[in-house]
Ligand binder design. Structure first.
Ligand code: SF4
Length: 336
């Protein structure tokens, strides 16, 4: 058994100072993934700094119609927040389709965005895994890769990013605000997630001791009709094989604005930019949606067990866009 120290931070400054001072330390929020990984020996901190008492849990309206969500707000609280349901229903749906009721009551928004992959080889310290042990190899390339990514992969890692919440946040151009030893900074959420390349162990551009303080959502009219669909092996407490966030605005018969995000298929929460580019200016028809979906999935790298994800993702995009066009998250019964 490894000894593990624990300290509870009473201020943001203290939390950053504790973690910055010890290269083998980590922040602890809800702990719903992190404690599992420590128990499995996948993560081996010497010190956990509990940040649950820090005043970073508010959901605040911003001038102009945006929202600021504190990193320590709980998944359940944000999902049921009326202003979130009204302005960004796709976020509320993504949160409620993730994990279980108990986990959603514990898990924080910041922790959700930083959760590690569910690749079984990553959690098994007897298997080669470049993300856990850089340079050791990737067991999933020729192994059981049914749940693995088909977009954004490399020969070093094909692990899927597991967060549902991150998919609408990427589609809505959210901004991640951090505070660290060097001060405060803001990162576009698409830049917050790094592709695996040759260094899959580096998932975010965060410095050691840098803390996520909040997520900011810009005002976005079409997000009010956004919709999040999740396709998985069972209907609860399961990760996505494919998920889609769709929001679309049509003017004079043509698509004037569109947001598309994909989960379950990318090594990072996937902004479907190819599909969006195809759709802008096109008629809002099933044929346009299908052509855009095919364009998005064209670069997919398929493996022995996950080739089904390509047609599944294409159909999910078409279905998501069709449903969003009909009223998205404001449809009765759309919220889980
Ligand atoms: Fe490790 Fe990534 Fe390969 Fe999974 S896919 S075994 S996380 S390197």
């Amino acid at each position: 058994m490894r000894p593990l120290s624990y300290v509870r931070a009473e201020s943001v400054e203290d939390a950053i100072a504790f973690v910055s001072a010890d290269p083998h330390s980590a922040f602890l929020a809800g702990g719903t993934t992190e404690v599992d990984l420590v128990r499995l020996g996948v993560e081996r901190p010497d010190l956990l700094v509990d940040i649950n008492r820090l005043p970073l849990d508010l959901v605040e309206e911003l001038p102009g119609g945006g929202l600021r969500i504190g990193a320590l707000a709980r998944m359940s609280d944000v999902a049921h927040e009326p202003i979130v349901r009204e302005r960004y229903p796709g976020i509320s749906q993504a949160l409620l389709l993730g994990a279980s009721e108990q986990l959603r009551n514990m898990a924080s928004i910041g922790g959700n965005l930083c959760q590690r992959t569910r690749c079984a080889y990553f959690r098994d310290d007897l298997s080669p895994c470049n993300k856990r042990e850089p340079g050791s190899g990737c067991s999933a390339l020729e192994g059981l890769n049914r749940g693995h990514a088909i977009l954004g992969t490399s020969e070093s890692c094909i692990a899927t990013h597991p967060s549902d919440l991150a998919v609408p946040l990427v589609a809505f151009d959210a901004v991640v605000h951090t505070i660290g030893p060097g001060g405060a900074r803001s990162l576009a959420i698409d830049d917050f997630y790094l592709l695996p390349g040759e260094t899959p162990e580096v998932e975010h551009p965060l410095e050691h001791g840098e803390l996520i303080a909040a997520i900011e959502l810009p005002p976005l009219a079409l997000a009010r009709d956004s919709l999040y669909l999740k396709f998985r092996d069972r209907q609860s407490y399961e990760f996505a094989l494919v998920s889609v966030l769709a929001a679309v605005e049509v003017r004079d018969g043509a698509i004037a604005d569109v947001r598309l995000g994909l989960g379950g298929v990318g090594t990072k929460p996937w902004r479907a930019r190819r599909a969006e580019a195809e759709l802008l200016g096109a008629p809002a028809t099933a044929a346009s949606f299908a052509a855009a979906a095919a364009a998005e999935l064209e670069p997919a790298q398929l493996r022995e067990h996950n080739a089904f994800k390509r047609p599944l993702a294409e159909r999910a995009i078409v279905r998501g866009l069709t449903a969003a066009l009909r009223g998205g998250g404001r449809m009765n019964g759309a919220l889980p």
